[in-house]
Design a protein around this ligand. Structure first.
Ligand code: KIV
Ligand code: ZN
Length: 504
């Protein structure tokens, strides 16, 4: 179905170009999970895969097609009958077929003359149309192709029946100005909708996609988290939010689901999102410096161009050496803690001293400093880790036994898991469940130093039933011990928030 509204069409290629990110390979079940997420998000089309590559891919694409999603489902094919047949085998009625049109690709990769390329493109489009498929045709490396030849190819495939034309900036080499000129020229020659497919090799994928839209393109190929070959494709989140907020253009994306979708894709594909990535990066709505937190507390628009809730996020403040009294007071108030100006000053100075030693200050640490200054035992940990044992091995099911103490009472629980960390974290959740019912939103393990005795840093993010989210970090040489400590810390933080609120 061609989108006849003025809304910009979002063609998501996370499951095709995104899966071509180096090091990523997902199974059919995981592809289906991502397809459901994309559909909920509201993308107009999902490029579900490149069916010719394997039987598993055919199965995955077929499963997605028959799962009844609202989005159009498309499969990629070279301009070969066998590739198009594989798309048909998936029961798809929409093919994205491509052939390269730049001199360098035609000479060194395809070893074909320009005339042969045109003939092959036309033949493929005719073949797909004769099988009743909707056809989107891409001229690979379009932005490095001779413009006259490119428009000749586009005109020929449209005459052969192509329903859509895609302009790939395959190696991310174009500038927004070049894209504007190119799209305007192509639009003068052909009368079918145009898509943009921009890669991010110079960090211009989103800017180039927007330039294409502003010049008259109707659609952009994008990926969640900007995944894709090499430096990736245009990031769906950045493209959609820039379109909406800066260019006032409409689309069908439910922006409140952007963060959640990004997290799911990152977890399933195993590719972390950089902390400072726009919209979806961990730091995108985090504030540390005193000047900024002061501004934010008076009016969030001072340092936030959009309300984090629009994309399903919450703003957060960070203690640290740049933090000021306003920010620290707000963080303490978030836990229901009030203090005098003198006490606040002392807390700020103490946490700065700690930060000066190169430490990043966690909320638990800030609260413990506050407890010290206010001489208030309420800020003590609610759960104390007494002991834990883990059994794991080649033919054993990893099993963890955890012993915590709360208010002088011992609590013990055991759990099994897919590995020692999984078993331990499940046992902690179980043991604490009577008082704190939490689920793990995120678990991250980073190696800080090299070697088998590497120092690892674990960070855990947990959420309680009321939607409160806290995270805790622990570094150590033993990954399991650091994971257990981080999890207990996170539960303590969430408990503290609950206790302090109910007392206030
Ligand atoms: O970047 C590219 O050129 C592609 C084509 C398959 C359209 O991904
Ligand atoms: Zn691509």
């Amino acid at each position: 179905m061609i989108n006849n509204t003025n809304k910009v069409r979002i063609f998501d290629t996370t499951l095709r170009d995104g899966e071509q990110s180096p090091g990523v390979s997902i199974n059919p079940e995981q592809k289906l999970q991502i397809a459901f997420k994309l559909d909920q998000l509201g993308v107009d089309a999902i490029e579900a895969g490149f069916p010719i590559v394997s039987q598993g891919e055919i199965q995955a694409v077929r499963n997605i097609k028959k799962s009844g999603l609202k989005a159009e489902i498309c499969g990629l094919a070279r301009t070969l009958d066998s590739d198009i047949d594989s798309v048909i085998k998936c029961d798809l009625d929409y093919v994205h077929t491509f052939i390269a049109t730049s001199d360098i690709h035609m000479r060194y990769k395809l070893k074909m003359t320009p005339e042969e390329v045109i003939q092959k493109a036309v033949k493929a489009v005719e073949y797909a149309k004769s099988h009743g498929l909707k056809v989107e045709f891409s001229a690979e490396d379009a932005t490095r192709s001779d413009m006259t030849f490119l428009t000749k190819v586009f005109t020929a495939v449209v005459e052969a029946g192509a329903d859509r034309i895609d302009i790939p900036d395959t190696v991310g080499y174009a500038t927004p100005e070049y894209i504007s000129g190119l799209v305007s020229l192509v639009l003068k020659r052909i009368a079918v909708p145009i898509s943009m497919h921009c890669h991010n090799d110079f960090g211009l994928a989103v800017a180039n996609s927007i330039a294409g839209i502003n010049a008259g393109a109707a659609c952009a190929h994008v990926t969640v988290n900007g995944l894709g070959e090499r430096a990736g494709n245009a990031s769906l989140e950045e493209f959609v939010m820039a379109l909406q907020c800066l260019y006032r253009k409409e689309h069908n994306i439910h922006t409140k689901l952007l963060y959640e979708t990004s997290r799911s894709v990152s977890n399933i594909m195993g590719i972390a999102v950089q902390a400072n990535k726009a919209i979806i990066g961990e730091n995108a709505f985090g504030h540390e410096s005193g000047i900024h937190t002061h501004g934010i507390l008076n009016n969030p628009m001072t340092y936030e161009p959009i309300d984090p809730e629009m994309v399903g996020r919450k703003r957060w403040l960070q203690a640290g050496k740049h933090a000021g009294a306003h920010g620290i007071r707000a963080m303490l108030r978030d836990f229901g803690i009030e203090c005098t100006d003198e006490q606040l000053h002392e807390i700020v100075e103490k946490q700065k001293n700690l930060a000066d030693r190169g430490k990043s200050i966690s909320t638990a640490e800030l609260l413990s400093i506050a407890g010290e200054v206010l001489q208030n035992k309420r800020f003590e940990e609610k759960f104390k880790l007494y002991d834990f044992h883990i059994v794991t091995g080649m033919n054993l099911i990893p099993t963890a036994v955890i012993r915590l103490n709360t208010n002088g009472k011992d609590l013990i629980a055991s759990e099994i898991g897919v590995g020692p960390v999984d078993a331990a974290l499940k046992a902690i959740q179980k043991v604490a469940s009577e008082i704190a019912n939490v689920k793990i939103r995120e678990y991250k393990l980073d190696s800080i130093t090299g070697g088998s005795d590497a120092l690892a840093e674990v960070s855990v993010k947990v959420e309680d039933k009321s939607g409160n989210v806290v995270s805790a970090r622990k570094a150590g040489e033993d990954v399991v011990v650091a994971s257990v400590q981080a999890m207990v810390d996170a539960i303590n933080k969430i408990m503290l928030r609950k206790i302090l609120y109910s007392e206030n």
